[in-house]
Design a protein around this ligand. Sequence first.
Ligand code: IP8
Length: 245
Amino acid sequence: MTVVLKLGGSVITDKETPETVDDDALDRAVGTIADADVSSLALVHGAGSFGHHHAEKHGVTPTEGSHDAEGVWAIHDSMRRLNDEVVGRLQAAGVPALPVHPLSVGARDAESTLSLALDSTATMLAEGFVPVLHGDVIAQAGAGATIISGDEIVAHLARGLDADRVGLCSTVDGVYDAHGDVIPEITEFADVADALGESEATDVTGGMAAKVRALLELGAPASVFGPDALAGFLAGRSVGTVVDG
Ligand code: IP8
């Protein structure tokens, strides 16, 4: 059973204070992962209060690149330091975590198609390690380097590792309907388009609608849930919203 789990940046960092880990929240998530019984677990984390402000300062986005090596390094270095923190705490809790930095193993071509070599991640999993990837900057043909989000990495891992389950642990309890209730299951975008405030024909710029669309394409059931449901997710239970196209 291969599980891909993303810890959202806003779950593990203090969003209000630059470059600050939310100690309690990270320790709680790490403790839950340490207690879980998952044979093959790949982790991804987002940026939260790390990464984003450097990206903003240097004008780097998923579509706007930069050739300024110092700027690209500043963004990567910030994410690398957060990754060090996550890996270090997992190891301290007895989880055999190892870092995988997308900058070093991935690239986009001029059409923005992502290639992210999964040899290191797959071999780590097969050897009993827990690879920990993260949102990052990656080289892009013709653009210098652009941002790759944790969600994009999750989608790539889910397909490339043929994951059985995908979890997105965020600060919300799931995907909400128009009344503010968590939708237990989504199998068709059309069923929730109205609730998510988007028609099926509209192109998306981000937000939950874009996330749900991407999750429906994964080929594995994906759960969106809050930190309190992490133990349940890792125990194999249906928590939050299960998106399964
Ligand atoms: O928090 C963003 O990752 P995300 C990565 O998953 C950087 O969107 C470097 C800003």
